[in-house]
Design a binder for this molecule. Structure first.
Ligand SMILES: N[C@@H](CCC(=O)N[C@@H](CS)C(=O)NCC(=O)O)C(=O)O
Length: 214
C-alpha cells in the first residue's frame, strides 16, 4: 500500500486528493512543520530533495508531486485521470502538468528578489522578466479556461489535481488572488472545489486540517 508522508499545510494534500479520486487505499503519515514553518528533520530525511510530498511504495521512496501523481495514476489508476498520447488534448495535458512548477518558480523568483530589497515593480531585468512571466502564465490560464472547463482535457484530470493548490493555498505565500480579474479561473476553482473527493481530501489533509491524533 502507498504511504503518503504528509507535511501539514503543504502541497502533499494533492496526493491525498488523487487517492480519494481514484478510490485507492493509502496510509497517511502526518508530519507537523517546525516553528520556522519548514519541514522537520525527520521529513527531510525521507528523500534527498527534502521536499513534500514524499510517498513510499514498498522499497520505492518518491518525491516531486508531478512525478508522484502521474506514477500513481498510471500504475494504480489505469491512467483514468491521465490524458493519453492519442487524445486530442494530450499536448494541453503536458503543458498544464507543468503549471505547478512553472508558477512556483516564477513566484519564488519574485519573492526572493523582493526579500533582497527589490521593489515589486523595480526596473531590473530579473523583475521585468519575472513580472512578464507571471502575467503571461495567468493570461494563458484564463485563455485555456475560456476554452475548456478543465485544464488537461475536456474532463477532470491529474492536471487539475496538480494546479488547484496554486490557486488556493499558495495565495497564503503570496501567489496572486483568484478574484474578479481572473473570471474563468475563479469559476474553475469553484467548479473543481465542489468535487466530493476534493472536499474529503481537504478535510483529511488540507491547509486547515490537523493531525488525526492531535
Ligand atoms: N516541486 C515540488 C515542490 C515541493 C515543495 O516546495 N514543497 C514544500 C511544501 S508545499 C516543502 O517541502 N516545504 C518545506 C521545506 O522546504 O522545508 C513538488 O511539487 O513536489
Amino acid at each position: 500500500m502507498i504511504t503518503i508522508h504528509h507535511l501539514g499545510v503543504s502541497q502533499s494534500d494533492r496526493v491525498v486528493w488523487l487517492m480519494e479520486e481514484l478510490g485507492l487505499p493509502y496510509e497517511l503519515k502526518w508530519y507537523d512543520r517546525g516553528s520556522d514553518f519548514l519541514a522537520p528533520p525527520e521529513y527531510r530525511a525521507l528523500h534527498p530533495a527534502g521536499t513534500a510530498p514524499v510517498i513510499t511504495d514498498g522499497s520505492l521512496v518518491m518525491a516531486e508531486s508531478t512525478a508522484i501523481v502521474e506514477y500513481v495514476s498510471q500504475r494504480y489508476g489505469e491512467g483514468r485521470l491521465s490524458v493519453q498520447p492519442g487524445e486530442a488534448d494530450y499536448p494541453h495535458y503536458l503543458y498544464w502538468m507543468q503549471f505547478n512548477n512553472n508558477l512556483q518558480s516564477i513566484l519564488f523568483t519574485k519573492l526572493a528578489a523582493q526579500s533582497a530589497g527589490a521593489e515589486p515593480d523595480a526596473d531590473s531585468l530579473m523583475m521585468t522578466t519575472t513580472l512578464r512571466r507571471e502575467e503571461g502564465i495567468y493570461r494563458a490560464l484564463e485563455q485555456r479556461l475560456g476554452e475548456s472547463d478543465y485544464l488537461g482535457a475536456p474532463r477532470f484530470s491529474c492536471a487539475d489535481i496538480m494546479s488547484l493548490f496554486n490557486l488556493t493555498s499558495l495565495t497564503m505565500l503570496g501567489a496572486r488572488e483568484v478574484d474578479d480579474s481572473l473570471p474563468n479561473t475563479r469559476a474553475y476553482v469553484a467548479r473543481v472545489s465542489e468535487r466530493p473527493a476534493y472536499q474529503k481530501a481537504m478535510a483529511i489533509a488540507g491547509p486547515t486540517a490537523s493531525r488525526p491524533d492531535a
